[in-house]
Each structure stands twice: as structure tokens, then as C-alpha cells.
Design a binder for this molecule. Structure first.
Ligand SMILES: *[C@@H]1O[C@H](CO)[C@@H](O)[C@H](O)[C@H]1NC(C)=O
Ligand SMILES: *[C@@H]1O[C@H](CO)[C@@H](O)[C@H](O)[C@H]1NC(C)=O
Ligand SMILES: *[C@@H]1O[C@H](CO)[C@@H](O)[C@H](O)[C@H]1NC(C)=O
Ligand SMILES: *[C@@H]1O[C@H](CO)[C@@H](O)[C@H](O)[C@H]1NC(C)=O
Length: 128
């Protein structure tokens, strides 16, 4: 019970995931990126505020590269951007993610279990 309470945000995240992991689409990627944006603070730079806007496709957001065919997030490179915050559990929904470079930032907390759903992920840099 103690354990459940301690980790309940993580667990509830996992449970919703079970129902939704099979079907993801471009809308999912958009929601995931917005979730990241809401949990990330850029102290030194403000380009995320300007660039990460729904006025443009997430494929044109700074640091995002989409696959040319599916228009799904294929790589995310936020290296050296002085970002603070957490990586949301929704990240496990970026089904087409191949490369994730978050080096040289100030992210905190744990990566969620849902990250294990990223079956295409080949490159992960969390250094510094
Ligand atoms: C994405 O999937 C959701 C359900 O998971 C659906 O409601 C939505 O219309 C889909 N969006 C696109 C662009 O296909
Ligand atoms: C991410 O961007 C930085 C700076 O442009 C670059 O040095 C690094 O190689 C990139 N990472 C990947 C995985 O492409
Ligand atoms: C994405 O993941 C979160 C939590 O991991 C979940 O609540 C949400 O329903 C997922 N969305 C889709 C469309 O898979
Ligand atoms: C990260 O996970 C470890 C091991 O499960 C746990 O002890 C710790 O409290 C977690 N940290 C956060 C910030 O959730």
C-alpha cells in the first residue's frame, strides 16, 4: 500500500498506457511534445517558447526531426539547451522515435517505465 501511494502517479500512467499503447498517430506525437513543453523550463534561452507552438507542425519545432514518410517524430535533439524539468511518461508514446539526445541539460527525476515501449529507439544520450 505504501509503495502504491509512493509510485501511484507512475502506476496510473502505466495503466492508461496499457489501453492506449497500440494506437498512436501524429496527434499522439503532438500531445507528447506539448506535454514535454509543459514540463520543461528553458532558463537561458527562450526559443522553445517561440518555436514550440501549435501554430507550426511539431515537425518544424526546434530539435525535432520527423520521418519523411509518416510525419512522426523520429529524432529529438535538445542537447545543450539548459533545460530544466522532467521527461513526461507520455514519451513512451513516441512510437517512431529512433534517436533521443538530451545531453547537457538539467533534467530531473527518473525516466518512466513507458520509455521501454520505444522499440525503435537506437540512440539515447543523457550525459551531463
Ligand atoms: C489519432 O488517434 C486518435 C485515437 O487514438 C483519434 O481520435 C484521432 O482522430 C487520430 N488522429 C489522426 C490525425 O489520425
Ligand atoms: C544534436 O545536436 C548537437 C548540436 O547541433 C550535435 O552536436 C549532436 O551531434 C546532435 N546529436 C545527434 C544524435 O545527432
Ligand atoms: C500516452 O501516454 C500516456 C501516459 O503514458 C497516456 O495517458 C495516454 O493515453 C497516451 N496517449 C496515447 C494516444 O497513446
Ligand atoms: C527514482 O527511482 C528510484 C528507484 O525506484 C526511487 O528510489 C526514487 O525515489 C525515484 N526518484 C524520483 C524523483 O521519483
Amino acid at each position: 500500500m505504501q509503495l502504491w501511494r509512493k509510485y501511484s502517479p507512475l502506476f496510473s500512467c502505466c495503466f492508461t498506457m496499457l489501453w492506449s499503447v497500440t494506437k498512436t498517430n501524429t496527434t499522439t506525437d503532438q500531445l507528447t511534445m506539448l506535454s514535454l513543453k509543459s514540463q520543461v523550463i528553458s532558463n537561458r534561452f527562450h526559443f522553445l517558447d517561440e518555436s514550440w507552438s501549435l501554430a507550426t507542425s511539431i515537425c518544424h519545432w526546434v530539435g525535432v526531426t520527423c520521418g519523411s514518410h509518416h510525419q512522426r517524430v523520429k529524432s529529438l535533439n535538445l542537447s545543450n539547451m539548459a533545460l530544466t524539468g522532467r521527461i513526461p511518461c507520455e514519451f513512451g508514446n513516441l512510437s517512431f522515435l529512433v534517436s533521443l539526445d538530451l545531453e547537457r541539460n538539467n533534467f530531473q527525476g527518473n525516466l518512466s517505465q513507458e520509455m521501454a515501449h520505444l522499440r525503435r529507439l537506437k540512440f539515447l544520450d543523457l550525459s551531463y
